[in-house]
Design a protein around this ligand. Structure first.
Ligand SMILES: *Cc1c(COP(=O)(O)O)cnc(C)c1O
Length: 386
């Protein structure tokens, strides 16, 4: 077939380039373009970027374990013993024995009958939800749930609805008017990633009991940081935040953990975690179990900062400061960087339109004096911007 006249003038690469460049220009125009910055992380929450020594208040390394010598050494030992990569999926290549060791330790710590590891928290959520729910089912999510929970719900093929953030009455209204379905699932987070508040888990669980629904939670920002009473029978989470390594998990009934091996596409059709990561997780879990004071230190740093800026008391280690427009968030974030602090500017679509914010995260690696200096720097940046 002859290419159409004119269209032939552009190669595929040129056409794709034109398409992508136009999309980027749109994002630029709205101050919504994102970019990557080479940043070297080190002990005590230090981060080096473009030659500047900064203190990080934007990562999820809540316990400082990414830089912990014990965790790093365990990771090296595991790589030396088992190799650099898994070599294949856990089902086909046969799995590194560290997988089962980590799953057992995790289940114990979460007081769950069983645990199943995934390649990441994202992969856990998009894998588990479609195993539990499918066409003819009804999935109800908190409107502020993480993108990968929404993605998992969409992938499941179930009818999906969102209830207003942490609003049990709204969830109840939706359940009362639910379409008839085989199964009904309610999904929320324990600690919300961009707001730092806690879900009303007991009330949601009672609601599920009353409607024959099943509660599923994502504990990404709670695990290792906050002791949370969580009655949900199925609990997902990540090992890339407080646990300082990488990977995701589901904790729940043994039969479900077995079913995931058979049905979760993001488990079956992907490579197992590298031994170095498994070794790091195994050691990090031991540290978390032995030292609950680490989580308490991260939380007390967050509480101190919230007091300093007059914000609500945080449920874990995240304190948001809503500033309105993406431009304002970016400007305050760069003012703080000039004063030596790395703080994330969070913009739509990560958060709802009109709620761009600075998101401060706290760690056991911060000292109280660091938090006080950050509070003073923020005050100065806000005064300058006013
Ligand atoms: C970070 C996060 C995830 C994703 O976890 P990864 O291990 O980074 O893929 C999932 N859910 C929530 C709520 C998160 O904050």
């Amino acid at each position: 077939m002859q290419p159409a006249q004119g269209a032939a003038a552009m190669t595929q690469t040129e056409a794709i380039d034109e398409f992508a460049a136009a999309k980027l220009a749109q994002l630029d125009g709205k101050s919504l373009r994102r970019s990557l910055e080479a940043t070297e992380r080190g002990a005590r929450a230090h981060a080096w970027r473009a030659g500047a020594d900064l203190l990080s208040f934007c990562d999820n390394d809540y316990l400082g374990l990414t830089q912990d010598k014990r965790v790093i050494d365990a990771s090296i030992r595991a790589a030396e013993r088992y190799g650099a990569g898994a070599g294949g999926s856990r089902l086909i290549a046969g799995e590194c024995p560290l997988n089962a060791a980590v799953e057992e330790r995790l289940a114990e710590m979460k007081q769950a009958p069983a645990a199943r590891l995934f390649g990441s928290g994202y992969l856990a959520n998009i894998g588990v939800i479609p195993v539990i729910a499918g066409q003819g089912d009804y999935v109800l999510l908190d409107s502020l749930c993480h993108a990968c929970l929404h993605a998992g719900a969409a992938l499941s093929g179930a009818t999906v609805a969102r209830f207003r953030h942490n609003d049990v009455a709204d969830a109840a209204r939706l359940l009362e008017n639910a379409p008839s379905s085989r199964r009904t699932i309610v999904i929320t987070e324990t600690i919300f990633s961009m707001d730092g508040d806690a879900a009303p888990l007991a009330a949601l669980n009672d609601l599920c009991d009353a409607h024959g629904a099943w509660l599923i939670t994502d504990d990404a920002h709670g695990f290792g940081v906050a002791e949370i009473e969580n009655p949900a029978p199925v609990q997902m989470g990540t090992l890339s935040k407080a646990a300082g390594a990488y990977g995701g998990y589901m904790c729940g009934p043994q039969s479900l953990a077995e079913l995931l091996i058979n049905r979760a596409r993001s488990f079956v059709y992907t490579t197992g975690l590298p031994p170095a990561i498994l070794g790091a997780i195994y050691e990090a879990l031991a540290i978390i179990r032995a030292a609950p004071a680490l989580g308490e230190k991260a939380r007390s740093n967050a509480r101190l900062f919230a007091r300093l800026i007059g914000a609500e008391t945080p449920a874990a280690a995240i304190v948001p400061l809503l500033v309105g427009t993406p431009k304002r968030a970016m400007r305050l974030s760069s003012a703080l960087k000039e004063k030596g602090f790395l703080v994330g500017a969070i913009r739509p679509p990560t958060v709802p339109e009109g709620t761009a914010r600075l998101r401060f995260t706290f760690s056991a690696a911060h000292e109280e004096a660091d938090v006080r200096r950050l509070g003073a720097a923020l005050q100065a940046a806000m005064d300058d911007a006013a």
